[in-house]
Design a protein. Sequence first.
Length: 381
Amino acid sequence: MKTISSLFVLFAIVAGLVAITPAAFADHSEVTITPAPGSGAPGCEETAEGCYIPKEATVDVGGKVIFSNTDTAAHTFTSGGASDGPSGVFDSGLVMAGSSYEWTPTAVGEVPYFCMVHPWMAGLIVVQEAGADDTDEEMPAEEGYPSYLASRLAEFYERAGRVRAVGSPDRDGSVTLVGAVSPSGGDFTEPVTTHTMRFIKTFWALDAKLAYSRHYPSINWMNSYSGYLGDIAKWWGENINSDWLSLRSEAYGVLQREDTLKEIVRLLGPEALPDEEKIILEVARMLKIGLLQQNSFDDVDTYCSPQKQYKLLKLLVEFYRRGQQALKEGASLADIRAMPIVSTLLKARMDIKDNEMPKLDQLDIDMKEQFKSIIGVKVSS
Ligand SMILES: [Cu+2]
């Protein structure tokens, strides 16, 4: 048996200023425009990058403009502006997250465009004669990152992985690189961050907004990701429970739905939602408080075994499933919210120790009982 040793290298990337390489005679036959992440909420219009990236795009007549919605919210790409409305040159209609829309310009000129759902989002397309000289427009942004930034970052991160140590005895090990990228103003669209995210497979997005709202650890569940979900799921499946992956997907689905519903709530208020959607907001809140938050100053909550994590997740997903079922069977959301199990679930991570698993199982029984008692009982709210 060979010893497997892990070597953790902490590395902070410091964004420095490097010489500028202007690219003259750049290719403008095709340009891709994406909404800034999180542009579904106002604020992006205040940033230098704007709400559409790039906020000013240049393309040749007869070229191709690809509007790729890489954000989590649905957006439109509509020629015109928020004050004057659509100008009729193009309109993508609602482009869902992960979808895209293409437009080919036929005349030279400047075409402003905006998002009909989020009118603060505005951008500009400059349509020019094919092959036009545009040295002036191609100057890199003020950060002035060199063109080899991406390959340098890739060269660094490719050092992570399985290694055979030199010397004796023969040893296998692994090198894990943990990079800490701290973009100014928390702007994840700046080049060092975007390129880093292309090469790494796991990303924790620390979110200042969560920190200010005292949600710790302040890891944003929408922006963070792991490319190793398959491997992790295998471990959880073999060591904890085979339904971990489906529970995780269901909980994540609730958080994603909440992210989209928040937009509607912000525009129209929570009363605009039916109970089936209000319960998503409620369960998302419970997932955030009861599962995603962890208090390192709490004697119990400072540690959490995989078993406990799994059971907390399962309880919350069960709450969601039973809540939906209860609504179908005539219970009201007010009944569900009034159940004592709601606050019990929120505190379970602090109240129940790692070695008290039967208590978590008891919560499931209590929850079932409480749901049974409200089903069919209509309480006017
Ligand atoms: Cu939008």
